[in-house]
Design a protein around this ligand. Structure first.
Ligand SMILES: C[S@@+](CC[C@H](N)C(=O)[O-])C[C@H]1O[C@@H](n2cnc3c(N)ncnc32)[C@H](O)[C@@H]1O
Length: 219
């Protein structure tokens, strides 16, 4: 990973990372969207699954516990959050390999993964990194592999728009606004994904979280 890139930490500021898990549980209807994303990902024995922007490792650990026969890799640029992720996985006795890197580094193991997941990451990265990230994820997947994303997406109502302003204040307007305008499916298609679908929209007090599914196109 090159060191000249910056990123927004999990909770918006590095000093707030210790409170990230608590804030997500409180402010995002976490159980609802994580269980929807887990059902959709449907981990199977022999799956090789990459979690892009894995943060404190909650979803990678959930996947491993749901299907111990799947191989899990978590990727995140933040060394501090990875310390927390490793501790969480060790406590849960869940074997997950954690690596430091950005979404655009997802293709370090090109063609190796059957599934890629990502939750609450793309809203807080610059547009150029969203593009580069989806392109690298496409290369990381095997032919026929699938992408499963949960993130703040198109904010359809004035109420959800207003709620999402809290996230925009925390994570910055420039990076978050394209998500609120519904750019993610368009960027997935641009990166060559097929069958791009928004499968669920979940209203929360911090804006609506969309679940997306897409497939590497060359099947
Ligand atoms: C809001 S947290 C989400 C963490 C985790 N996926 C979850 O569901 O709880 C966003 C994570 O994305 C990571 N991140 C920020 N910029 C990134 C980038 N360009 N590529 C990959 N991950 C990034 C942050 O370090 C942080 O851990």
């Amino acid at each position: 990973m090159s060191n000249d890139r910056t990123f927004t930490p999990a909770a918006g500021r590095a000093e707030w990372t210790p409170f990230y898990d608590f804030a997500i549980a409180l402010l995002t209807r976490e159980r609802r969207w994580r269980s929807a994303l887990l059902r959709q990902t449907a981990p199977a024995p022999g799956d090789r699954i990459l979690d892009v922007g894995c943060g404190t490792g909650t979803f990678a650990v959930m996947l491993k516990r749901a299907e111990p026969g799947a191989h899990l890799v978590g990727l995140d640029p933040d060394a501090d959050v990875l310390v927390r992720a490793r501790a969480k996985a060790a406590k849960a006795a869940a074997e997950v390999a954690f690596r430091q890197g950005f979404a655009r580094d997802a293709d370090a193991d090109a063609g190796r993964f059957t599934k890629v997941v990502s939750s609450l990451v793309f809203h807080q990265v610059p547009l150029e990194e969203k593009r580069a990230g989806f392109a690298a994820i496409g290369r990381a997947l095997r032919p026929g592999g699938t992408l499963h994303v949960a993130d703040y997406g198109l904010q359809r109502t004035p109420l959800m728009r207003a709620a999402f302003r809290q996230i925009q204040k925390l994570d910055g307007f420039d990076n978050t606004e394209p998500n609120a305008r519904g750019v993610l499916p368009e960027l997935m298609r641009e990166a060559g994904f097929a069958a791009v679908e928004e499968t669920q929209v979940i209203a929360t007090v911090t804006g609506s979280i969309s679940i997306y599914r897409a497939q590497r196109a060359d099947v």
